[in-house]
Design a protein around this ligand. Structure first.
Ligand code: F0G
Length: 470
């Protein structure tokens, strides 16, 4: 049972406007270089926004990862770093914060999300096993494959349709999962990899009803659920907004209820948890923890720092506490939705409903004349940078990479360009400027030509690939 999706924050919270629950204490100057300089910078970067220098960028919407602003409390915490090699007091603060807010018993810090993905994949996947998940994420799937796993997408079909208004497009298609289990046998399944929200689908949430049903299915077959908790606080916001019975529950309570249905989680703390670097892995099972605590020493560092300085762990512990506050998350998603409303009013094709961390421009509908093999979403990111110095990210065929068996491109249904909003960094006026630039690029769309890839790295090619204009 779900509520209709409010189109504006005003509809949800009454007529009065919302505002950020903070004010600005320190500023960082921005600079916009000329169009000629941007053209030169773009060519030097091989039309890949990952290869631009940040000094050449005006508004940076490449990612919400590690780009947020820390609070004065977090900065004060940085001064309380206990830089001991072993048993730093900041680790125990972090452990307590994860246990309290996410509810898992054992915590292993890592340098960032993919460090945790590596550890869980190496310990919980046997070569040849399947790893069903609600849509792939680039680093997550790669680590599963490097451990010998085979990723299987079991997200509902609506997730692949940018126009579908399904309120929980991150949900698992339980029939599809059941079918996989009956075909290959439960012992051939490593675990369920469940992300909330789903990044590649447009920041779309998973409902509580879905994970509850998933838990029951997994209990019947003796399967574990591990969460990608990177943006799970944002997921909790959508449950509070859209799912019957949650309107009066706090974000913190919803987060705990969700996690209590899983066996563990990995985290890129650079997102929800409001730090510039950091990650963690948390599980309930003692034996698995024992293995993880051993393996972390090989790749990250001792199990009480996992690649982080004491001060980083302190900022992270405080960030976790701040991230679950209702007024924080409401303003965070309110800003994303504000930008979405501007673009929707101008009839610019974006993934609907607007998700948690970003606006995803639908490059297929933006450039219907550019075939997918000519990288429409990459083209759109380049055009946006040329127009205004705004940096965005391709989330289409370049990001999807190649099938490891056939060597052909994965050709995802979603061909998107992501305008990712850093947390607590930009103002509403910045969002206006972004919307106007997207509109200008949209108005010139018919003249735009696609790209061809002239350099392709072996792993995660989108980060370092180079392109030329056709
Ligand atoms: N899982 C999700 C859902 C992510 O979005 C990311 C990173 C990771 C795992 C990996 O974490 O970067 O700390 O190693 N996403 C970034 C992005 C890079 O821009 O979406 P990491």
């Amino acid at each position: 049972m779900t509520h209709p999706i409010p189109q504006t924050m005003g509809q949800q919270f009454g007529r009065r406007s919302w505002a950020e629950p903070w004010k600005i204490k320190m500023v960082e100057p921005l600079r916009m270089i000329s169009r000629k300089e941007r053209q030169r910078a773009l060519e030097a970067a091989g039309y890949n926004t990952f290869l631009l220098r940040s000094d050449d960028v005006y508004i940076d919407l490449l990612t919400d990862s590690g780009t947020g602003a820390m609070s004065d409390r977090q900065w004060a915490g940085m001064m309380l770093g206990d830089e001991a090699y072993a048993g730093s007091r900041n680790f125990y603060h972090l452990e307590e914060a994860v246990r309290t807010q996410y509810g898992f018993r054992h915590v292993v810090p890592t340098h960032q999300g993919r460090g945790a993905e590596h550890l869980i994949s190496q310990t919980a996947i046997k070569p040849g096993q399947f790893v069903p998940g609600n849509m792939y994420f680039t680093t997550t799937r790669l680590h599963q494959e490097l451990a010998g796993g085979v990723f299987v997408d079991v997200i509902i079909d609506e997730a692949h349709d940018p126009a579908s208004l399904h309120p929980f497009k991150g949900n698992v298609d339980l029939a599809r999962l059941e079918d996989l289990i009956s075909r290959v046998g439960a012992e051939q399944i490593a675990y369920i990899s469940l992300a909330g929200t789903v990044n590649m689908a447009g920041g779309q949430p998973v409902s509580m009803a879905n994970i509850r049903a998933l838990r029951q299915l997994c209990d019947r077959h003796g399967l574990r659920i591990f969460l990608d908790a990177t943006r799970l606080v944002e997921n909790a916001f959508f449950i509070q907004e859209r799912e019957q019975g949650y309107a009066d529950k706090s974000i913190a309570a919803i987060l705990r209820e969700f996690c209590d249905l899983a066996d563990g989680a990995w985290m890129s703390a650079k997102k929800d948890n409001l730090v510039n670097i950091g990650g963690w892995l948390a599980v309930n099972d003692d034996a698995l923890f024992d293995e993880l605590r051993n393996l972390v020493v090989v790749y990250e560092g001792l199990h009480t720092y996992g690649g982080l300085a004491g001060r980083d762990m302190e900022a992270l512990a405080i960030g976790i506490e701040e991230s679950v506050q209702d007024d924080h998350i409401r303003a965070r998603i309110g800003q994303v939705r504000y930008l979405g409303e501007l673009l929707t009013d101008w009839e610019i094709p974006i993934v609907q409903p607007v998700g948690g961390h970003a606006i995803f421009l639908d490059a297929r509908r933006f450039y219907p004349h550019i075939p997918q093999d000519e990288f429409p979403a990459q083209t759109l990111a380049a055009e946006l940078y040329l127009d205004s110095g705004i940096r965005s990210m391709e989330r289409g065929i370049a990001s999807a990479g190649r099938d490891p068996k056939t060597g052909d491109h994965h050709r995802p249904k979603l061909e998107l360009t992501r305008l990712t909003i850093p947390r607590r960094v930009y103002t509403q006026a910045h969002m206006d400027v972004v919307a106007e630039s997207v509109k200008a690029v949209f108005d010139g769309r018919e003249q735009t030509r696609g790209l061809r890839m002239v350099y392709e790295p072996k792993y995660l090619r989108f980060f370092q690939a180079r392109f030329e204009r056709l």
